[in-house]
Design a protein around this ligand. Structure first.
Ligand code: DQA
Length: 148
C-alpha cells in the first residue's frame, strides 16, 4: 500500500479559530479525519503532518523522496501556508527531489491580497488547487489516485 503524505505549513494548526470567514470552522484534526477517509477510499496509507518550521518541511520532502524512490509513495499534498509565497527552499526541495507533489490552498489565493498571488511552489508542483475549502484535501487525494 502506498502512502499519501499530507504536509501542512505554518499556522494551519490554528484552523477552526483562525479567520473562519476565510478558512472555515473545521480544525486540523477534522482535516486529518477527512484525509483518512479519502485515503481509505483510494487504498492509500495516510501520513499527516503539520509544522510551523520551514526546515522541517524541507526535511519531510527529502524523506518523501526516499519513500518515492522505494516505490512506496503515492505523492505529497502540500499546503505550505505563507511559505508558499516566500520559500525558495521549498521550491528547491521539490525540484531537487523530483517528488510528486500537489500544491493545495484552502482559500482561493488569487482572489485575495496581491502578495498571495505568487507561489514559489507552483512551478515545481505537478498540480495546483485552491479555493475548494477543506474538502479540497479529499479532492487532492483523489487527484493523487488518478496519477498512479
Ligand atoms: C493558505 C493560503 C496562504 O496564503 C496562507 O498564508 C495560509 C493558508 C490556504 O490554505 O488558503 O496560511 O495556504
Amino acid at each position: 500500500m502506498k502512502t499519501a503524505l499530507i504536509l501542512n505549513g505554518p499556522n494551519l494548526n490554528l484552523l477552526g479559530t483562525r479567520e473562519p470567514s476565510v478558512y472555515g470552522h473545521q480544525t486540523l484534526a477534522d482535516v486529518q479525519a477527512l484525509c483518512q477517509s479519502a485515503c481509505d477510499t483510494h487504498g492509500f496509507a495516510l501520513d499527516f503532518r503539520q509544522s510551523n518550521h520551514e526546515g522541517e518541511l524541507v526535511d519531510w520532502l527529502h524523506e518523501a523522496s526516499r519513500l518515492q524512490a522505494a516505490g512506496k509513495l503515492a505523492g505529497v499534498v502540500l499546503n505550505a501556508g505563507a511559505y508558499t509565497h516566500t520559500s525558495v527552499a521549498l521550491h528547491d526541495a521539490i525540484k531537487g527531489t523530483g517528488v510528486t507533489l500537489i500544491e493545495l490552498h484552502i482559500s482561493n489565493v488569487h482572489a485575495r491580497e496581491s502578495f498571495r498571488h505568487h507561489s514559489f511552489i507552483s512551478p515545481a508542483a505537478r498540480a495546483v488547487m485552491a479555493g475548494f475549502g477543506v474538502p479540497g484535501y479529499a479532492l487532492a487525494i483523489a487527484g493523487l489516485a488518478g496519477l498512479q
